[in-house]
Ligand binder design. Sequence first.
Ligand code: FES
Length: 100
Amino acid sequence: MKQLKRHLFFCGSEHCNGQQVEEVMDAFKEQFVEHGLYKHIKLNKTSCLGLCGNGPFALVYPEGIWYYNLTAKDVPRIVEEHFIDGEPVEEFVMLKLENK
Ligand code: FES
């Protein structure tokens, strides 16, 4: 059975700069392949996530962290610091779900 460690959601609606979402998703995919993480992480583009206009977003589960206003050049840092070292990149975090 495939073991997923994380699931990322990207708003693909037009208020979140829909075209840039593809670039950001592609940058994540490239980084996951480069670091050997791809088979453990799923990525999906969604419709509106309810925080319109601050995209591109990457909503990361299981942490429940919303990265916002992303560009493709932000992605390597997020992958290295968050996905490899375990420390979310606070300057790109818009909100976090409470996990109690
Ligand atoms: S259009 Fe992206 S969160 Fe609503």
